[in-house]
Design a binder for this molecule. Structure first.
Ligand SMILES: Cc1ncc(COP(=O)(O)O)c(C=O)c1O
Length: 402
């Protein structure tokens, strides 16, 4: 892993929003953007705001070149050897839907998932049931960790795809994907990892992991919103039937037929978000410069401090997996019987941003009979001081209201 030592104050100075004095602990929802990313996107709009891949003039060529460079950076960021294995999508949700709609399923095929999937990796499979695809859910252990034995038992030859979250947005728990992928492949099943919460947070190499597909979003990785990517092994992407077809996906057409371009273009219908793609590439550069092992260590340290502080509060309850060594920097919690939204609004008054509610994990919360939780999620620019301040506010909330 490349990575240079960058002091936290230097990192913080790159994020304009932090100058407002806000403590931003909502990174699992969306990270902040450094000025380098904003500037790279502005450069496109100021200097060469033209159509890539279509127009041959100098501005169009510059845009095509910028997209090609960004695609290479994004491929390198996740350890893909070939940039043609990166398909641009609007986000993780669209990347998962691309697979749900484009992978060729037989009538008796099964898709297998965990019981803690974000709606984006649950609802497409609920809809797929209408096409005769079976969706099987593997329940977690009492400790909330993934149950590898139950998973192995659920595997059989009908499973075409294991579509599963890599790191959970509930509690940051990192699933044992090495074992999951090995078992799935033993049954000739493909594996799609929902990497929305893993890609920006720890070192990652899709080739070494040997997953077949990997979906992730730029806005959780210091990049702009509205852009994400699907990685797929090239021969598997080539087998996909385009989900959104049209302009930019074909080299020729008649009134009756269309000749598709190769991947990834074949799967990227319509003009893409050029500035978004450029910003996404720049964000990957920025993260790589800090180094994801360093980010993982930092997040874990903050999370450990935060969880220990919560445990000292009389009425705080940590939701999900508690072992910080098995998690990225996310902790969901409740304070007594207080509604999570109420707690989040009180924190907001103290300029502390945390998310509340069911975090698009309604199925898991409903199954556990919980109305929601407050979620703190950390990133490279957060500090120990900020964690202390949040804990102080929470103890005040507990003292006066819970
Ligand atoms: C684990 C996980 N999967 C999928 C998504 C959906 O991501 P997006 O909204 O970028 O499609 C999220 C977003 O919070 C997530 O945390």
């Amino acid at each position: 892993m490349r990575g240079i030592k960058v002091k936290i104050e230097k990192i913080r100075a790159d994020f304009p929003v932090l100058k407002k004095g806000i403590i931003y602990f909502d990174n699992a929802c969306m990270t902040l953007r450094p000025k380098q990313v904003i500037e790279a996107m502005n450069e496109y709009y100021y200097e060469f705001p033209a159509c890539p891949g279509r127009s041959l003039h100098q501005l169009g060529n510059k845009a095509s070149e910028a997209i090609a460079i960004a695609r290479k950076k994004i491929a390198r960021f996740i350890g893909a050897k070939n940039e043609k294995e990166i398909v641009f999508t609007r986000n993780t949700t669209e990347a998962i839907n691309l697979i749900a709609h484009s992978l060729k399923f037989g009538k008796k095929n099964t898709v297998l998932s965990s019981d803690r999937e974000h709606n984006s990796n649950l609802v497409p499979w609920i809809i797929a049931r209408e096409r005769g695809i079976k969706h099987v859910i593997v329940k977690e252990k009492e400790s909330h960790e993934f149950d590898l034995d139950a998973f192995s038992e659920a595997m059989n030859e009908s499973v075409k795809l294991v579509s599963i979250v890599h790191a959970s947005n509930l509690d940051g728990y990192i699933l044992p994907v090495k074992e999951i992928i090995k078992t799935a492949h033993d049954f000739n099943a493909l594996v799609l990892l929902d990497g929305a919460q893993s890609a920006p947070h720890s070192p990652l190499n899709v080739k070494k992991m040997d997953c077949d597909f990997f979906a992730f979003s730029s806005h959780k990785a210091l990049g702009p919103s509205g852009i994400g990517a699907l990685y797929g092994k090239k021969h598997l992407l080539e087998e996909l039937r385009p989900f959104i077809s049209g302009g930019s996906t074909v080299s020729n057409s008649t009134y009756e037929s269309a000749e598709f371009l190769e991947v990834p273009e074949k799967l990227e219908g319509g003009l893409q978000d050029v500035a978004g793609i450029i910003g996404f590439g720049k964000a990957c550069d920025y993260i790589e410069k800090i180094g994801r092992s360093r980010i993982a260590k930092h997040e874990r340290k903050l999370n450990k401090k935060f969880q220990s502080g919560l445990l000292e509060l009389e009425k705080a309850e940590i939701i999900g997996v508690k072992d910080t060594e098995k998690k990225t920097g996310i902790t969901s919690f409740n304070i007594g019987k207080l509604d999570s939204h109420e707690v989040a609004l009180l924190l907001d008054e103290a300029k502390i941003a945390m998310r509340s509610g069911m975090h698009c994990l309604h199925s898991w919360f409903n199954a556990h009979k919980l109305r929601g939780a407050v979620r703190a999620s950390f990133y490279a620019y957060n500090t120990e001081w900020e964690v202390e301040k949040a804990l102080l506010e929470l103890s005040e909330i507990e003292k006066h209201l819970a």
